[in-house]
Design a protein around this ligand. Structure first.
Ligand code: HEM
Length: 506
């Protein structure tokens, strides 16, 4: 025993040197690993040890990437946090990558996988395929682009119109009323019915999905998958209160979903699915009969949250931008109204089939999606196998970031891309809407947005119904600002200050 004393004494007196040596060893090992990782990626900028290029992205990563692409080419490698990333900045590389099965996966660890029940939006491989195929199938069966879903949406717009009528000529509370209207469309899809605007269950759900700047922090932490996952799971007290509260609020939503589940299960009809819940519960029952499937209660919760998260904010931001732009460009507004008057008239409600005779409104919608790219760097993908993009070898497990903003603002694809001009999406005689292949608000390939048709139907019906009844005005000249803010999405910087006036039909 006594023979250990000199060793302990030595360790004790040299503890500081030991600590420094250990620290130097780990830092050098990390720098070496990062160097080795960078060597395997296409050329790109060097960053700092541990954090990579993350601190240099500032608030508008897409724009920084475009600058870097000028130096390194449209496909470059970069280290973000502890992740090797390849950034794609032009249409040919994005098209090539997204046509390849190896680029269909999502990164394993992120905020959503750590905090929420599993939904297919964060999954990869066979479970993702099965759940996504099922969702697409159900969305089609439940009336995606068919009349039943359209009826729900028109009904919802009529409820919104009643609120608008109360505020004619005054500032309209867009950031309160529009979100609760739009999210009700997902309620119709998942639960088969809308909720009243004052229903506390609805208010709780809308509160949960409210965009919050702390999502940016969560985004940053997702570039440190191990650390981020550990913090999200075990050190929640270090997170901002909004993220910390997610867990608490999630429990309330879970209670509500359980009640919905039980109500649906009691009134289930095997041969007639009223909504996504019915369809999913029917599948779960097959599995309880011994069939091996991935349909279970956790997955139902996760997918429902996913449909809410992915399907409400996107349409909401589209409509917010549309209204701000319509207020800023009254001539464009009048042009759409003329088209509405000619095709739909003033009596009947619009339907989705009307769009075929309304090229200008369609061009307007897609120009909004181009002009203010909704998902500027898309949702993250990662290479599930070694692959090749634009001649560069991309190793397995590299994150793939597609800079959609770069395509939407590429001067080689669009004349004066910073101008808002729906005509660029019309034929020369202005009679036909033409969407070029590289205009991809819903992404591209097998993992593109499964809610595309619903997103287009909603946007078309809201805009045509509102412009049929109302003129949209900016409350002050300064409220026609098209200034934006990069969060997860590109959103209007200020809450749009607009008012509605009843249209006077001649
Ligand atoms: C204007 C409306 C919308 C836009 C611009 C939009 C855009 C997108 C984009 C860019 C993606 C990422 C695809 C990728 O990884 O490459 C996505 C994914 C997704 N969207 Fe949408 N979306 C919209 C509306 C909707 C709606 C209404 C729903 C719900 C029904 C929905 C559900 C989803 C889901 C579930 C995913 C994940 C798909 C997967 O990982 O397989 N989206 N969306």
């Amino acid at each position: 025993m006594f023979f250990l004393f000199p060793i302990i004494y030595w360790i004790y007196s040299n503890a500081f040197i030991l600590l420094i040596s250990l620290f130097t060893y780990f830092v050098s090992k990390q720098i070496y690993n990062e160097y080795e990782m960078r060597k395997k990626l296409p050329p790109g900028p060097l960053g700092l040890p541990f954090v990579g290029y993350l601190p240099f992205l500032k608030s508008e990563p897409s724009k920084v990437f475009v600058q870097l692409a000028k130096k390194y080419g449209p496909v470059f490698g970069i280290q973000l946090g502890s992740c090797p990333v390849v950034v794609l900045n032009d249409w040919p590389s994005i098209k090539e990558a997204f046509s390849d099965e190896s680029a269909l996966a999502r990164p394993k660890d992120n905020l959503f996988t750590a905090l929420l029940p599993p939904g297919f939006g964060t999954m990869s491989g066979d479970v993702w395929k099965e759940q996504r195929r099922f969702a697409l199938h159900q969305l089609r069966n439940l009336g995606f682009g068919k009349t039943s879903m359209e009826d729900h949406i028109i009904d919802e717009i009529n409820h919104l119109s009643k609120e608008i009528d109360k505020s004619i000529g005054q500032a309209f509370d867009l950031r309160t009323l529009l979100p609760i209207s739009v999210s009700n469309n997902i309620n119709s899809l998942t639960f088969g019915r809308r909720f009243d605007y004052t229903d506390p269950r609805k208010q709780m759900m809308d509160e949960f999905f409210k965009p919050d700047p702390s999502v940016n922090l969560a985004g940053i932490l997702s570039f440190f998958p191990k650390l981020g996952g550990f913090v999200f799971r075990n050190l929640t007290f270090l997170l901002p209160s909004t993220l910390r509260n997610v867990r608490v609020r999630l429990e309330e939503i879970r209670t509500m979903m359980k009640t919905e589940h039980d109500n649906h299960a009691q009134t289930l009809d095997k041969n007639n699915n009223r909504d996504y819940f019915d369809a999913f519960i029917n599948e779960m029952q097959k599995s309880s009969n011994g069939e091996k499937t991935t349909f279970n209660y956790d997955m139902l919760e996760g997918n429902t949250l996913l449909l809410f998260g992915a399907g409400s904010g996107t349409v909401l931001t589209t409509l917010e931008w549309s209204l701000v732009i319509l207020a800023a460009y009254p001539q464009i507004q009048q042009h759409i109204q003329k088209e509405i008057d000619e095709v739909i008239g003033k009596e009947r409600s619009p339907n989705f089939a009307d769009r075929n005779q309304m090229p200008y409104l369609q061009a307007f919608m897609y120009e909004v999606w181009r002009f203010r790219t909704l998902t500027p760097i898309n949702l993250p993908r990662y290479a599930s196998k070694d692959m090749v993009i634009s001649g560069f070898k991309i190793p397995k497990d590299t994150q793939i970031m597609a800079n959609f903003w770069a395509i939407d603002n590429d001067p080689n694809l669009w004349e004066n891309p910073s101008q808002f001009r729906p005509e660029r999406l019309l034929s020369n005689d202005l009679k036909t809407f033409k969407k070029p292949e590289h205009l991809i608000p819903f992404s591209y390939g097998k993992r593109s947005c499964p809610g595309e048709i619903l997103g287009v139907v909603e946007t078309f019906l809201y805009l045509s119904s509102l412009l049929q009844k109302y003129d949209i005005n900016a409350n002050h000249k300064t409220d026609t600002s098209l200034e934006y803010e990069f969060q997860f999405s590109i959103t209007p910087k200020q809450s749009p200050n607009i008012s509605f006036a009843k249209r006077v039909h001649n």
